[in-house]
Design a protein around this ligand. Structure first.
Ligand code: KIV
Ligand code: NA
Length: 268
């Protein structure tokens, strides 16, 4: 039995080899991804991907804890990080600690992720100095959608680039073990990756980052509501599911399923 990768082990991978990460929300999928990944994120993207919400803003602590437990049950290799949902950490560093501690205690995961830059640095420092590993998230921050009005790539203007630079530095200096950089132009992602001490995990932030993350349902071609430029389909599962449902429906209607081999009979 090999020990799970720790947040410290993830941090130590910077400069050695690319860090492989994906999202996971359920036991069976987590079990399949675990052997191939350094880190699995129980992302609040589950609100959109699993629950059909339009944004991640409505995701609750209960949802994150339930799915965190499910992913922990299916994994033994990857470092498991659970997203703090919107509203569970922004109010104060004390609120953030309470929410993060609850997630750690109730799921047994290895750490939490929170979105934010300079404004969250004090919180990140409060958590990490009290025993809670923190995964940062800068650049495009989906929980800010009600302020930003949508999803677009960032860092083209000097003002925007400066802000993301300062955010990344602040979160790194506050003690995060790694950070997601989302939706950020390549030269800026490259510059930040070179400038900070902890690994950058990119999503829509180029191959210059120290590692990559994608939403599993996106890269599996299962969640196809929209396909941003940065998503690559490594499989096309949606048509397979449709075809299986269609074949099942036909056989039930034709009474060819269940067949003899699927049917219980009295003992002879
Ligand atoms: O919620 C999520 O899935 C994420 C990753 C895509 C970084 O935050
Ligand atoms: Na997230």
């Amino acid at each position: 039995h090999t020990r799970r990768r720790t947040p410290a082990a993830i941090a130590a991978m910077k400069g050695t080899r690319p860090i492989v990460s994906l999202t996971a929300y359920t036991t069976p999928i987590a079990r399949l991804l675990d052997p191939h990944c350094d880190l699995l994120l129980v992302g609040d993207s589950l609100g959109m991907v699993l629950y059909g919400m339009e944004t991640t803003v409505g995701v609750t602590m209960e949802m994150m804890i339930g799915h965190g437990q499910a992913v922990m049950r299916g994994t033994k290799h990857a470092c498991i990080i659970v997203d703090l949902p919107f509203g569970s950490y922004q109010e104060s560093k004390e609120q953030a600690f309470r929410s993060a501690a609850r997630i750690l205690k109730e799921t047994g995961c290895d750490g939490v992720k929170l979105e934010g830059g300079e404004e969250m640095a004090e919180t990140v420092s409060f958590l990490t100095s009290r025993g809670i590993p923190v995964f940062g998230h800068v650049g495009l921050m989906p929980q800010q959608v009600n302020m930003t009005g949508g999803y677009r790539s960032l860092g083209r203007s000097d003002e925007e680039a400066d802000k993301i630079r300062r955010d990344a530095r602040a979160i790194s200096e506050a003690g995060a073990f790694a950070m997601v950089i989302e939706g950020t132009i390549e030269p800026l992602a490259r510059e930040i990756t070179a400038a900070i001490a902890i690994p950058t995990i990119g999503i829509g932030a180029s191959a210059a980052c120290d590692g990559q993350i994608l939403v599993s349902d996106d890269m599996l071609g299962l969640f196809n509501d929209f396909k941003p430029r940065f998503v690559k389909h490594f499989a096309e599962l949606a048509p397979l599911v449709s075809k299986a449902a269609e074949a099942y429906a036909e056989e039930v209607r034709a009474r060819t399923f269940p067949a003899t081999e699927h049917t219980f009979q009295p003992k002879k």
